[in-house]
Design a protein around this ligand. Sequence first.
Ligand code: DX5
Ligand code: ZN
Length: 234
Amino acid sequence: MAPDRELFRTPPARAMLAASIFSADFAALGEASLAALKVGASLLHVDIMDGHFVPNLSMGPLVCAAVRRVCPDAFLDVHLMVTNPKEFIPAFVKAGANSVSFHVEAVKNPKELAAFARDLGVSVGLASNPQTPTAAIEPFLNDFDLHLVMSVHPGFSGQGFIESALEKTKWIRARVGSRARIEMDGGVEPSNGARCVGAGADVLVSASALFGKPNLAQAAKDLLDSFSTTSRVD
Ligand code: DX5
Ligand code: ZN
């Protein structure tokens, strides 16, 4: 079975867990990726950092391709935290990405780059940093399959959840309805999962609350249980 290329183009019945492999054991990345899918992650989130847009380095297309080889059925959600996404999008598509997200802060013409990426056959996401105002993404709300709301400062896993991301999520959901996915990225854990979903997020990324726990299956269950607890944010 190939990955469901339309995963981000259809509203899910329930919020999905995206396992961020950034916190997996890089020496056993294939096994860790398969294990996350087995315990209930709907997709793998692949964090790409260039040491320029963010003060850290992570992985490149070769690593993404290696994950694709081991997980032929997985939906690979590539999050580009790079200054020049256009230069790297084709390489990540070739490496097996099903979706690529780039940052509104890094790009002059997000709409044009969305069309460029979509022409290569992938879903496209627009990411914004915690301090970036909604006005910066407002012109592009209907040009993307996914809006990625950073709920930590990009560059590192294991940081605390920034509460203002909930307001931004509500604001986006009120405008896109069910036409786009909203991905909460950073600091997601069982204690805030319900509030993320209540605000309108339907893809929730987790790195440390998943791979950082001693029991992966229990960690996934705790996260997924929290997503299905109804708690609206008013
Ligand atoms: C941060 C990345 C996140 C990160 C999440 O720059 O974009 O995807 O891996 O890590 P946690 O879940 O530990 O906050
Ligand atoms: Zn990410």
